[in-house]
Design a protein around this ligand. Structure first.
Ligand code: G3P
Length: 217
């Protein structure tokens, strides 16, 4: 499973990039707003840090304007994937941009039927939100499972990106199901490293080593 970072924060991206495990980045208008820098500028900076798919989301809500905005965003860098909401206009814009060879990420997907529409429109990526379904007491991970089954049944090439992943358990479950990509906030990625037995084991190894060589001196 590819691991994307769900952030527009450059320090987080640089730190995660140093670990050599980040395949791409997803952003959304909320994440860009948090950084307080114009989207074109912030996305260009992100492209300088991570060499992989970088999703940049439109804020227009009407298909024609989405296509214009998406076309501009796509010109920022060859790695840009234009993110569009799963609305009627978003799907219309997705079809149009896909026909032009511009890669798209259809976001705010909350049902298998919506995901089918994204695939039909030629989306490069579909983003079902796991955590936000869990928030309303629905099993978000079941959505990932259904979409993977549907896409597998027909051989749709659209990649399933499990979004709104809030914990290492979410990440592991998405990988077990076979999601193509998981996008996660820096905090979740950082938590994936942690295991008390790793810390304990390392402590013992180093103590044993130090003791053995200290005795020989
Ligand atoms: O970027 C979309 C998604 O990953 C947001 O996650 O935690 O705000 O629901 P969250």
């Amino acid at each position: 499973m590819k691991i994307f970072l769900d952030t527009a924060n450059l320090d987080e991206l640089k730190k995660a990039a140093s670990w050599g495990i980040v395949d791409g980045v997803t952003t959304n208008p909320s994440l860009i707003a948090k950084e307080g820098v114009a989207i074109e500028e912030q996305i260009a900076r992100i492209c300088d840090i991570i060499d992989g798919d970088i999703s940049a989301e439109v804020v227009a809500t009407e298909a024609k304007a989405m296509v214009e905005e998406g076309t501009k965003l796509a010109k920022i860098h060859k790695n840009i994937v234009v993110k569009l909401p799963l609305t009627r206009d978003g799907i219309q814009a997705c079809s149009a941009l896909s026909k032009e060879g511009i890669r798209t990420n259809v976001t705010l997907c909350f049902s298998p039927a919506q995901a089918l529409l994204a695939a039909k429109a030629g989306a490069y990526i579909v983003s079902p939100f796991v955590g936000r379904l869990d928030d309303i007491a629905q099993l978000g991970m079941e959505l990932i499972e259904s979409i993977c089954t549907i896409y597998g049944n027909y051989g749709y090439q659209t990649q399933v990106l499990a979004a709104s992943l809030r914990s290492p358990l979410h990440v592991a479950q998405a990988a077990e199901i076979g999601a193509d990509i998981g996008t996660l906030p820096f905090k979740t990625l950082d938590m994936m490293f942690n295991h008390p037995l790793t810390d304990k084991g390392l402590e013992i190894f180093l103590k044993d080593y130090a003791k053995a060589f200290a005795e020989k001196k």
